[in-house]
Design a protein around this ligand. Structure first.
Ligand SMILES: NC(=O)C1=CN([C@@H]2O[C@H](COP(=O)(O)OP(=O)(O)OC[C@H]3O[C@@H](n4cnc5c(N)ncnc54)[C@H](OP(=O)(O)O)[C@@H]3O)[C@@H](O)[C@H]2O)C=CC1
Ligand SMILES: CC(C)=CCC[C@@H](C)[C@H]1CC=C2C3=C(CC[C@@]21C)[C@@]1(C)CC[C@H](O)C(C)(C)[C@@H]1CC3
Length: 421
């Protein structure tokens, strides 16, 4: 097939600060990961300390880290390819076809858990992940760069209908960042879907467990704060893999190309910044009262309930609006033939799932106390990400649904937090 070299398929409005943003972010975010990890392990854990506690270059590389990262991705690829679980279809693509996806993420998590338990039983020092964290992050960043370059190059051989609408402006840096191809596959192996849910997400909870084991090595037993952080984040990851099918209707799979943003986000950003709280607790132990812990568990429970119920309601409605769990809900018609929910969770605010997710994010940081800002990094970043994501989604929905979307916004005036935003 001839490469589709020169075609800018879409005069899409540029996101993330356009070409300048797309040039700076791939440099700035990897450095941010290394900076946050270094500060988190320092005694002061202060983002204001000057000079920042940067490690010498020699501490950034360890061949063992490279072996572990390559081995980890290979293991997760192997588990993804196992013929277990069911196969589900994604949404209809521009050419009218639907891709098939293996739904076996929960199996992959369970098998990984068994393998880890065996390794722990055999005496593997999982707490060593704490020492190895910077070289591991460097290797994961390296892999995300290599993968993005491969994705960019191979996209020139993809047919036009397989390209994303937002990542084909003709500007190489911007397209490299946003991703040209929508669903790059090697045979049946879907690279974007695999990266979104497997190596990074499961890697995140393994790193958390490593931090817990390090705490055990240092202090004899895990603290309540560490158990809460590990438990909450394990619940979040388990939920994502248990409800794996729902990811097929998210913006990333349906709309975004697979480029540096998602490759780096999935493989480096998620595993090395989402678990900063556990790493912080290794160096900065916190004592937590039973009442405090109960309040935090309640907050996480409420957040999880809102997050899960609202995501499941929309997913069910999009897959089968006649199902009795959603058929009674009030809806409005749109010119596309699709309907919009205006009652139930989606009549409460326009993004109830974001609200639940944010409440959980807060519950993950509170066990780290109130004296440092660093463990709150995830809440702050996530609030910015979701506000930006909401604005992107709103723009796409207005373009898709026109007047019907305006009617929905009038009926449900608040975006994420009732009476506030
Ligand atoms: N932990 C993390 O780092 C991140 C977590 N998330 C989480 O991922 C989950 C998915 O989020 P995301 O993909 O951004 O978006 P959503 O799951 O909120 O999906 C938005 C889409 O839902 C549909 N929709 C919107 N309003 C309605 C309505 N009233 N009735 C029916 N359908 C509607 C529209 O698509 P259409 O009409 O075409 O079906 C819209 O484009 C969220 O829970 C979010 O919190 C997201 C990003 C990062
Ligand atoms: C700063 C930067 C490079 C951002 C890239 C954004 C990505 C990190 C996130 C975009 C959407 C995501 C989702 C999840 C993880 C983070 C990324 C990849 C998700 C898999 C987390 C678990 C949830 O249950 C989810 C499946 C709903 C969610 C989907 C979106």
């Amino acid at each position: 097939m001839k490469p589709n070299k020169h075609k800018a398929t879409h005069s899409a409005e540029r996101e993330f600060g356009g070409a300048l943003g797309a040039t700076c972010i791939p440099v700035f975010l990897p450095l941010t990961v290394l900076y946050l990890l270094s500060v988190c392990r320092s005694p002061a854990a202060s983002v204001l300390q000057w000079p920042p506690p940067l490690p010498p270059a020699a501490h950034l590389w360890d061949p063992l880290a490279a072996v572990l990262i390559v081995g980890w991705i290979t293991l997760q690829s192997f588990l993804y390819l196992l013929p277990i679980g069911k196969v589900s279809e994604g949404l209809v693509l521009r050419d009218g076809s639907r891709l098939k996806y293996a739904i076996n993420g929960f199996h992959a998590l369970s098998i990984t858990a068994v393998l880890l338990l065996v390794c722990l039983w055999l005496g593997m020092p999982l707490g060593y992940l704490f020492e190895l964290i910077l070289p591991l992050a460097v290797c994961a960043i390296g892999v995300s760069y290599l993968l993005s370059m491969y994705l960019y190059i191979r996209s020139f051989w993809a047919p036009q209908h397989a390209l994303s609408l937002g990542g084909n402006t003709g500007n190489p840096l911007y397209d490299f960042f946003m991703g040209r191809e929508l669903n790059p596959r090697i045979g049946d192996f879907d690279l974007k879907y695999f990266c979104e849910l497997r190596p990074g997400l499961i890697g995140w909870v393994v790193i958390n467990l490593g931090m817990l084991m390090k705490e055990v090595d240092l202090r004899g037993s895990p603290s309540l704060a560490m158990l809460l952080v590990n438990g909450f984040q394990l619940l979040y990851v388990t939920d994502a893999l248990w409800n794996e099918e729902a990811v097929l209707t998210t913006m990333d799979i349906v709309h975004d190309g697979f480029g540096f943003m998602l490759a780096f986000g999935d493989l480096a950003w998620v595993p090395f910044t989402y678990g900063l709280q556990a790493m912080f607790l290794v160096v900065h132990p916190q004592s937590l009262s039973t009442l405090g812990a109960a309040g935090i568990i309640l907050l996480n429970g409420i957040g999880y309930y809102i997050f899960r119920k609202s995501n499941s309601q929309k997913n069910q409605f999009r897959r089968d609006p006649t199902n009795k769990s959603v058929s009674q809900l009030e809806t409005i018609a749109t010119a596309t033939g699709k309907r919009l929910l205006v009652s139930g969770w989606w009549g409460f605010v326009r993004h109830p799932n974001y609200l639940g997710d944010l409440l959980m994010a807060l519950a993950w940081s509170l066990p780290c106390g109130m004296l440092h800002i660093l463990p709150y990094f995830y809440v702050i970043y996530f609030t910015i990400l979701l506000i930006h994501r909401e604005a992107r989604d709103e723009k796409q929905c207005r373009a898709k649904y026109g007047l019907a979307w305006d009617t929905y916004c009038r009926r449900v005036p608040y975006r994420i937090i009732p009476y506030i935003y």
